[in-house]
Design a protein around this ligand. Structure first.
Ligand SMILES: NC(=O)c1ccc[n+]([C@@H]2O[C@H](COP(=O)([O-])OP(=O)(O)OC[C@H]3O[C@@H](n4cnc5c(N)ncnc54)[C@H](O)[C@@H]3O)[C@@H](O)[C@H]2O)c1
Length: 274
């Protein structure tokens, strides 16, 4: 076994990825499968069916028998408890949770805020995207004395600076980064690590229309162009850019003393001042 395999090989590691049929979570799943992990994708029955994502990953990784799917709405605690039982029965006990559920639904001036949509975005990113799965998994690990478990949350550029017009999303993603720190500190006594990844701008299902005006020509919206102009690398992220950091944070051997950090993967977006 090479030194790299010793450090980053994930044989015997069982991972749950919520929102697993999404663009970013799906790429993370691919990387973890390529390193030998077993992965269970959790997703809703609507929009992007989780079984389609499982089938696609079997094709791209050849990981037949190591990738599973569970249909669950992570915004409901009882459903998450049930999904964890189902996952343990099919894949075995997970020791890694990637909180991939999230997204935005609203954009506009603050005085025009649609209160219901604001609440929905908070629920999507904070409750379904972190609080409920983290509560259920941490309780399971602590009660069963499972140590060396790990959680990865998905933050955003909006966790650091409120991007214009998306105050609900920005507030929710700031909460994600704050809870990453709080959970890391609290769970360390149980051997559980909690870290985050803050992607820059990647074209996903939820933000495509906001960034790209014409898919055939690649013409960008004004907002899409402004983002590129503000990104020193001058491009959107490619989901492959997220894979190395995902593997690093999941691997206990590579990052076993790392907790409470959120790593930006943003082509330098956060460094841009003028
Ligand atoms: N795309 C980007 O540029 C970008 C940038 C920064 C952060 N993020 C974050 O990364 C994460 C993934 O984003 P993406 O672009 O891949 O999004 P996506 O829309 O492609 O994937 C999200 C998935 O979560 C699922 N989902 C939503 N609510 C759910 C629920 N309650 N229960 C179960 N599944 C649910 C959706 O059906 C979808 O399949 C999100 O947290 C997003 O906020 C994305």
């Amino acid at each position: 076994m090479s030194y790299t395999e010793k450090l980053f090989g994930l044989d015997g590691v069982n991972v749950v990825i919520t929102g697993g049929a999404g663009i970013i979570p799906g790429a993370m799943a691919e990387a973890l499968l390529d390193c030998g992990a077993k992965v269970c994708l959790w997703g809703r029955g609507t929009g992007h069916p989780v079984q389609d994502a499982v089938d696609a990953l079997v094709k791209t990784t050849g990981a037949e028998g190591r990738v599973f799917g569970v249909t669950v709405d992570t915004g409901t605690e009882e459903a998450v408890v049930k999904a964890l039982d189902e996952t343990i029965a099919t894949m075995g006990a997970p020791t890694v949770l990637i909180n991939g559920v999230g997204g935005n639904k609203t954009k506009g001036p603050f005085p025009e805020t649609d209160i219901k949509l604001f609440e929905e975005v908070m629920i999507l990113n904070v409750m379904a995207g972190l609080v409920i799965p983290t509560k259920v998994f941490s309780r399971y690990w602590i009660e069963n004395k499972i140590e060396k478990a790990s959680i990865i949350n998905i933050a955003s550029m909006a966790s650091y600076i409120p991007l214009s017009g998306v105050s609900a999303y920005a507030a929710a993603k700031a909460a994600v980064m704050n809870l990453t720190l709080a959970n890391a500190r609290e769970f360390a006594a149980h051997g559980i690590r909690v870290n985050g990844i803050a992607p820059g701008f990647f074209v996903g299902y939820q933000n495509k229309a906001l960034l790209i005006k014409n898919e055939a020509t690649g013409e960008l919206t004004d907002r899409g162009q402004a983002i590129i102009d503000h990104t020193p690398f001058g491009r959107f992220g490619d989901v492959d850019d997220l894979k190395g950091t995902t593997v690093y944070l999941v691997s206990e051997k590579a990052s076993g003393f790392v907790t409470g950090v959120t790593i930006p993967i943003d082509g330098g977006f956060l460094t841009h001042t003028v």
